[in-house]
Design a protein around this ligand. Structure first.
Ligand code: GLA
Length: 390
């Protein structure tokens, strides 16, 4: 029996209706439609802001913008998902406390202009099916889609790595979340059927094929917590303290052996945060070797260890994420399962044998719902290309 309310499958694709929304609003056909994907991180959590390694994939959930250029510097925006309008001038960009969703477009316009790019205004309609606040990076997707729309409409000489960096900067400086580069980078540079190994210090990156014998299943706990950004910034500061006390420019510079043998007294919480980051960097590289060597059980074990480390050392899991992950661990045919994204709610990612997916959905939703009273949404995701014109 399928538990009450659980979602097996995807909500409607915004790509199908965005042009109609645009026509309804502006009475014409949009000049361009841009889609930027959300992402799921397979392993390498909270390592990006420490100059470390991550292994995300872009997923088949998108934020979509239909837009046409204007002759002036006005930005006219309509959000289908919020049923809300916003407008601002590119000549004086400030935060909007009413239509907060528009702060991502404001942030990107601000960052591009600060970096010296000349922009014209646009009429635009936005919609998406990346669930907001679920740890699948809806905000990075909207930033990347917006930057790509500006790039296309203004013919900007902007490569995708620079575009991703500008979007991260927009989020850091204008939105005020001190995130790393992972989310914007994968939304811009993801590839179908692949994960992307990113060195978040050098920004070197390499595609890692995803084997067809492994389905990627996302389970949304339906829990959203407000403390994500304050706890995120606090942990980031603890990592920076650890690096400073140990005399390295970032935790990326330490291996597990050096860390365990170093002589500096660290406050206990700082020691735990550092241990997570340093061991997670090693797990990412081992996970890539396991995937490339076709050793899916080894890959899954590393995912499980990553979850334990995020729960015990980095302390960003929560009861609901632990229940979801433990329910997944008990299902036959599951290689591994862990929380994904910043934490404190949101989603888990599980690597599952394709023939076990149906049993997985039934068993995990049942256990999760009876333990929490919440109906999860559970679906298989597919790795997709990064930002593109439709
Ligand atoms: C959020 C941030 C990313 C990354 C993850 C945790 O998604 O935006 O930069 O730090 O959390 O791995």
């Amino acid at each position: 029996m399928r538990p009450r309310g659980s979602v097996i499958g995807k909500p409607p694709d915004p790509k199908d209706s965005i042009a109609a929304h645009y026509r309804e609003r502006y009475g014409s056909t949009p000049a361009i439609i841009v889609a930027a994907p959300g992402r799921v991180n397979l392993i390498g959590e909270h390592t990006d802001h420490n100059g470390g390694f991550v292994l995300p994939a872009a997923i088949d959930r998108h934020m979509v913008i239909a837009a046409s250029p204007r002759e002036d510097t006005l930005m006219c925006l309509h959000s289908v998902d919020f049923s809300s309008d916003a407008s601002f001038s590119l000549d004086a960009i400030s935060h909007d406390t009413q239509a907060e969703w528009s702060n991502y477009e404001r942030a990107v316009a601000w960052a591009l202009q600060e970096a010296g790019y000349e922009l014209r205004g646009m009429n635009a309609v936005l919609a998406g099916n990346v669930p907001i606040g679920s740890g699948l990076s809806s905000s990075a997707a909207i930033e990347v889609a917006t930057a790509y729309a500006f790039r296309t409409l203004n013919d900007l000489p902007l490569d995708l790595v620079t575009l991703a960096k500008l979007c991260q900067w927009a989020e850091n400086e204008f939105v005020g979340v001190k995130c790393g580069i992972m989310d914007q980078f994968i939304s811009a540079l993801g590839k179908a059927r692949h994960a992307l190994l990113i060195d978040c210090r050098s920004l070197d990156h390499r595609l890692v094929p995803l084997p067809p014998e492994m389905s990627l299943v996302i389970c949304d706990t339906q829990v959203r917590r407000d403390l994500v950004s304050s706890a995120y910034n606090e942990r980031r500061a603890q990592c920076e303290t650890g690096a400073r006390l140990m005399g390295v420019s970032s935790l990326r510079d330490l291996g597990e052996h050096n860390f365990e043998n170093q002589q500096v007294e660290l406050p206990e919480s700082v020691r735990q945060r550092c241990r997570h980051v340093i061991s997670e960097n090693r797990r990412v590289r081992d996970a890539v070797a396991a995937l490339e060597g076709g050793d899916l059980p080894a890959f899954g074990t590393l995912m499980n260890q990553s979850h334990e480390s995020l729960r015990d050392d980095y302390e960003v899991s929560c009861r609901e994420l632990d229940i979801m992950v433990e329910a997944a661990w008990e299902v036959d045919g599951v290689y591994g399962s862990r929380m994904t994204g910043a934490g404190f709610g949101g989603c888990t990612i599980s690597a599952v044998r394709p023939d076990a997916v149906e049993a997985f959905q039934a068993q995990v939703s049942c256990k999760y719902e009876s333990a929490t009273g919440l109906a999860p949404s559970i679906y298989v995701c597919h790795a997709e290309d990064g930002v593109r014109l439709l």
